[in-house]
Design a protein around this ligand. Structure first.
Ligand SMILES: [Zn+2]
Length: 394
């Protein structure tokens, strides 16, 4: 049986929007997205990384740009017909569908409609829970009215076109999700309300002088855990998976609190009720994630952004992720954003790593070519369609 991994279309189950044509020649942003470092990180250190040179190589192959130096890069990017350029990058990489977390959007983001045109791929949105809960907040709104509005949004998620939900609890308070009583949540809500309207609770004011300027975001673990514990059955009911940010991210995330092993109680409570949980990014906890996928029903994961950004280790990381996990629980994701070149690189590096893994002598000796092809199709495409049942594939 002769088959080529490059011909299998991709479903990207976690990514974000790219910029519109007004920003097509923004080289500084192209450089900055090769790292999770904040804006103050030294530029010179960013250019001396393999990933930047891999991005330049993507640009070279898609534009005919030859130069080694970056001096004329902006000119080259400006000369491209942005729609053709993007379409070429996405289609050569084989993207069939993109599941978009709109909770993070680059400055100058293309709309979902225009992203569908630019990529030629099917676009499906994912509901970011913490962002939605913040959007439903109003000055003076009571806890029960706020919660009613939040519940309404979750219950209507599938009818509103969302194919799943996402939590960034790892960024806000950590992944040790536990049940929280309504009374405890209400106390937390009142503190949040007081802080947002400038009336700082006395006990907080003393230990945290900057509290009154900061707390617009929902960061209180009591409210976030209340939200997640109550959202889980509503999502399960609608057949919508719940994605968790896990591990790797910008320094705004406390990496230690983003270990997926902390989700044990949540997994043991809700996966038997039919909730599917997908662990996003996961590095450096991809082995923990693979372990969880190997012992619990309903747990899925990816390695996404570490593959393009840490490409020299991509083959090893993918092999480690698959040490224990069934191929049926591992998904392709790019976690790409902002620039089309990053989508292209993520797909190339992932395909290379999966090809390398499936062509390992041990794997070759134990399996037939048709089994290896089936596994490749599952990881690149079929698992996502089976898991995200709200994507009708059209
Ligand atoms: Zn992401």
């Amino acid at each position: 049986v002769v088959w080529s991994l490059d011909e299998i279309p991709l479903i990207d189950h976690h990514c974000h929007q790219i910029v519109d044509a007004h920003h097509q020649a923004d080289v500084e942003t192209l450089l900055r997205i090769t790292s999770e470092a904040p804006a103050g990180y030294h530029r010179q250190d960013l250019t001396d990384r393999l990933v930047w040179h891999a991005i330049l190589d993507v640009v070279r192959r898609h534009t005919g740009y030859k130069a080694e130096d970056e001096a004329c890069l902006a000119d080259i990017l400006r000369q491209q017909d942005y729609a053709d350029y993007c379409r070429g990058l996405f289609q050569d990489a084989g993207y069939e569908a993109l599941y978009i977390d709109t909770g993070y959007q680059p400055k100058g983001a293309a709309s979902l409609e225009s992203f569908a045109d630019l990529s030629g791929a099917r676009i499906r949105p994912v509901l970011r829970l913490e962002r939605m809960a913040e959007e439903e907040w109003r000055p003076g709104l009571s806890f029960s009215d706020w919660w009613e509005a939040v519940e309404h949004r979750i219950e209507g998620a599938r009818a509103s076109g969302f194919i799943g939900a996402k939590s960034i609890a790892a960024y806000r308070c950590g992944l040790a999700v536990r049940p929280v009583s309504k009374e405890e949540a209400e106390v937390a809500y009142d503190e949040w309300m007081a802080a947002k309207t400038g009336r700082v609770p006395i006990e907080r004011a003393s230990d945290s002088p900057e509290f009154s300027q900061k707390p617009l975001r929902l960061t209180d673990e009591r409210l976030i855990y209340y939200l997640l514990w109550n959202a889980a059955p509503m999502l399960a009911q609608q057949g919508l998976p719940l994605q968790f940010h896990v591990g790797y991210g910008d320094p705004d995330t406390h990496l230690l609190k983003g270990n997926p092993l902390l989700l044990r109680d949540f997994i043991e409570t809700f996966t038997p009720q039919g909730l599917s949980i997908t662990l996003l990014h996961t590095y450096p906890y991809h082995r923990e994630a693979g372990y969880l996928a190997s012992v619990y029903n309903g747990v899925y994961f990816d390695v996404s952004l570490i593959l393009p950004l840490g490409l020299s280790g991509a083959r090893r990381v993918l092999c480690e992720a698959l040490e224990l996990s069934p191929y049926s629980r591992f998904l392709f994701a790019s976690d790409a954003h902002t620039r089309p070149e990053l989508f292209a690189l993520a797909a190339e590096v992932f395909r290379d790593a999966l090809h390398h893994h499936l062509n390992d002598p041990l794997v070759m000796r134990c399996t037939s070519a048709s089994t290896r092809e089936r596994w490749a199709r599952m990881v690149l495409h079929d698992n996502a369609l089976q898991l995200y049942v709200a994507d009708d594939g059209r």
